[in-house]
Design a protein around this ligand. Structure first.
Ligand SMILES: Cc1ncc(COP(=O)(O)O)c(C=O)c1O
Length: 277
């Protein structure tokens, strides 16, 4: 929801655009100062966070754009895959992600050869050759078994993206027009990959309880906006932000690539009933 705009001494939180869960260039622009070191854009729930606009904004201010595409493998905007707009794109292969390993894993992508070389060093103790370190690095190599598993999964990845899009389309169709339910929108030119299907309702907890009574499990992503978490609390505004309201109102509906039409229809019927009574 909120993205951190500036790394370094003072993180600056940027609110999402109205009606969205992502930041945009318009929301970030007023926050950029000569002290801004980078803009970190999270493509939340698999939806593009205005990558064209943010890349242009960052270029105009000569600051790098870092894309957090942990939830957005394969999503595109204006025909370009997310992770390719910024100086660096970051992906997670954690077991809940769209492209998932059996344990932790991740990857960063960049078109900057020097940065790629530096990152490759950093993930391997900073060592170019065994026992000789050039940089103070860490051990962050992708485990080979996880890499083999991910490679096998790549074969079905496009199918799973298509399944996610079909499920999202069915939810959108079945839940359209409910006055108290805000559905996710997709700007023209964006092709999200629907990591989650998140709706917004001002009586969120009552709706969740009603669904739970029917055996329909839901979740909340995320109950605490990032700027209310301890490490960033000192930089958080004292007034209520849109992200605070979003955190109180969002519900993640059941969502996985093989979710059947029957189950979607049952879930949607329950939501309609709850929202209309
Ligand atoms: C948007 C986003 N960014 C970053 C991360 C962190 O990914 P990892 O746990 O692979 O480091 C996650 C994982 O939950 C995420 O959803």
């Amino acid at each position: 929801m909120v993205a951190i705009l500036s790394v370094g001494a003072t993180p600056v939180a940027c609110e999402p655009a109205p009606g969205s869960y992502n930041i945009t260039a318009a929301m970030a622009a007023p926050l950029i100062t000569p002290r801004t070191r980078a803009v970190i854009a999270v493509h939340l729930y698999g939806h593009p966070a205005d990558p064209t606009g943010l890349a242009a904004l960052c270029a105009a201010h000569a600051v790098p754009l870092i894309e957090d595409a942990a939830q957005a493998h394969g999503a595109t905007s204006q025909g370009h895959v997310l992770g390719s707009f910024g100086r660096i794109g970051c992906f997670s292969f954690y077991p809940t992600k769209n492209l998932e390993a059996l344990r932790d894993g991740g990857a960063v992508v960049t078109s900057d050869d020097a940065l790629a070389e530096r990152l490759a060093l950093l993930r391997n103790y900073g060592a170019r050759d065994k026992y000789f370190t050039d940089l103070a690095g860490t051990n962050s190599r992708l485990d080979e078994l996880q890499a083999a598993f991910l490679r096998a999964k790549l074969g079905s990845f496009a199918t799973m993206c298509a399944q996610r899009r079909a499920i999202a389309a069915r939810y959108l169709q079945e839940l359209a027009g409910l006055p108290s339910l805000m559905l996710p929108g997709t700007p023209d030119g964006d092709a999200p990959v629907w990591h989650l299907f998140v709706v917004r309702n001002s009586r969120r907890d009552a709706l969740r309880a009603y669904l739970a009574d029917l055996g329909i499990a839901t979740a909340v992503h995320y109950p605490v906006p990032i700027h209310r978490n301890t490490p960033f609390a000192a930089y958080a505004p004292t007034f209520e932000t849109e992200s605070d309201r979003i955190s109180r109102e969002v519900i993640s509906l059941p969502f996985w690539p093989t979710l059947s039409d029957d189950r979607i229809d049952r879930i949607c019927a329950a939501i309609r009933h709850s929202c209309l009574t």
